[in-house]
Ligand binder design. Structure first.
Ligand code: PLP
Length: 478
């Protein structure tokens, strides 16, 4: 008895599935962007136990259409403007499919040399393409690795920073007493989570106040470091952000970097969402000071046409990272590793096993070329600037700030409750999807423009809908 799907069945169903996905992208605009189901609606339609006998693929696809699709929020809709974009592309989907097809486990160079060597090459390409510090290259002191998420990247950075500060003793003794870390009040929650994971205790994480543009105030960072040193603490880690989640604020990386050098503190720079903008030379001034960073991460799975998951993480000194995370049990020993001639990426992050993620990034880079990427990213930023202009010149709405990249934070002038109702009514109607941020107790609507299929007409229609909805009775001012 053979229960496996045969290659012929796979060919047949696979081709149908590719057609299904292509159809989906052609029609994605017609779905309500935010899923309209209620909690439990999907679960209720699914059986309580797994099937005893195997089923046809076509039966499964019927359930996809009938049960699963109503529970999908359409991140790939050109009318998705919430959170951060997560833009996908066909070359990326094909790269991911190929990665699944090859089924490679790239934990060591030896377990699939191409998986490691392509990743190293692609990460080195990106250093040049995005004008990043040359020492991030694998041919220099540093190197890059693809992590699943920015959260995993910051966790690896925290661990390396801790080892460097404790002269590589903490991994052995577990003694992290007195270490302190620094973020701004606007830093992404993944750093706090990382602090929990490494067992430091969130009391040792200092939240530094921000200025009127929500960027970390470096003079207050230095004062806090000095207070901690006087009190006998050991400052070891700072995370600065280029493009904070709530408002796209940009921390002064150069000044923060100089402070970190002065006090021998690891600087991690998180540009998860906005890092893609560095592909445009005229936006690189926002990245000034990156040469002082010990580690840096951005997510092609947010804004570079690469499907989740794909976070690019570089370190300035790979030896520290590898020494921090390296483990070599007998069952992983092999000649290539022992000769030291290769990279074993399992030493560059927390997990051992790893997917062949560089394939999708390689396909994206080769399909679009640098020109294609620059064209589309510049277009997203232009559309955001256009939207910001409409807001600025309207009587009813106001802007939080001049958007540096592609995220526009704005609000109706009628107060928090009104804006919340406006957002909920728009999202429930399903034609567009927005999210919000609260800054200094004020609720702002966030319009993140950068989906693969978003064109100016979608942004224009969104602005029309927002104004129309604001004029409707359920949104009358308090
Ligand atoms: N950092 C910033 C600035 C973000 O905006 C986000 C996600 O929104 C993250 C980190 C976390 O990203 P990930 O889901 O890749 O961990």
């Amino acid at each position: 008895m053979n229960y496996h799907m045969t290659p012929d069945q796979f060919r047949e169903e696979g081709k149908k599935l590719i057609d299904w996905i292509a159809d989906y992208y052609e029609q994605v605009e017609n779905y309500p962007v935010m899923s309209q189901v209620k909690p439990g609606d999907i679960s209720r339609q699914l059986p309580d136990s797994a099937p005893e006998s195997g089923e046809d693929f076509s039966t499964m696809m019927k359930d996809i259409d009938q049960i699963i699709m109503p529970g999908i929020t359409h991140w790939q809709s050109p009318n998705f403007f919430a959170y951060f974009q997560s833009n996908n592309s066909f070359p990326s989907i094909l790269g991911d499919l190929l990665s699944s097809g090859l089924g490679v486990q790239g934990m060591l160079w030896a377990t699939s040399p191409a998986c490691t060597e392509l990743e190293t090459k692609v990460m080195d390409w990106l250093v040049d393409l995005m004008g990043l510090p040359a020492h991030f290259k694998s041919t220099a002191s540093g190197g890059g690795v693809i992590q699943d998420t920015a959260s995993s990247a910051v966790l690896a950075a925290l661990l390396a920073a801790r080892e460097r500060k404790t002269k590589f003793s903490c991994n052995k003794t577990g003694d992290n007493s007195g270490l302190t870390a620094y973020i701004s009040t606007q830093t992404h929650s993944s750093v706090e989570k990382g602090i929990k994971v490494i067992g430091l205790g969130t009391d040792r994480l200092r939240h530094i106040p921000v200025d009127e543009l929500f960027a970390l105030r470096p003079e207050l960072l230095e004062q806090q470091i000095q207070r901690d040193l006087t009190a006998g603490f050991k400052p070891f880690f700072v995370c600065a952000t280029i493009g904070t989640t709530s408002s796209n604020a940009i921390d002064p990386i150069k000044t923060i970097g100089e402070i970190c050098r002065k006090y021998d503190i690891w600087l991690h720079v998180d540009a998860a969402m906005s890092g893609t903008a560095a592909i445009l030379p005229n936006f690189r001034s926002h990245f000034e000071g990156l040469e002082l960073a010990d580690s840096y991460a951005f997510n092609p799975h947010k804004w570079m046409f690469t499907n989740f998951d794909c976070d690019c993480f570089w370190v300035a000194d790979k030896a520290v990272l590898i020494k921090t995370l390296s483990i070599l049990p007998e069952y992983l020993k092999n000649e290539a590793t022992e000769k030291g001639a290769v990279i074993d990426y399992r030493d560059w992050h927390v997990q051992l096993g790893r997917r062949f993620r560089s394939l999708k990034l390689w396909f994206v880079l080769r399909h679009y070329g640098a020109n294609g990427l620059r064209h589309h990213i510049a277009k997203h930023i232009d559309m955001a600037q256009q939207f910001a202009h409409w807001v600025k010149t309207s009587d009813e709405f106001e802007l939080l700030n001049e958007p540096p990249f592609n995220l526009v934070c704005f609000r109706h002038k009628s107060g928090n409750e009104f804006n919340k109702r406006l957002m909920d009514s728009l999202n429930n109607e399903g034609k567009i999807y927005l999210s919000h941020a609260v800054l200094n107790k004020t609720l702002w609507l966030r319009m993140s423009i950068g989906q693969t299929q978003t064109e100016l007409k979608h942004v224009q229609e969104a602005w029309r809908l927002i104004q129309e909805s604001a004029n409707k009775s359920e949104c009358t001012p308090e």
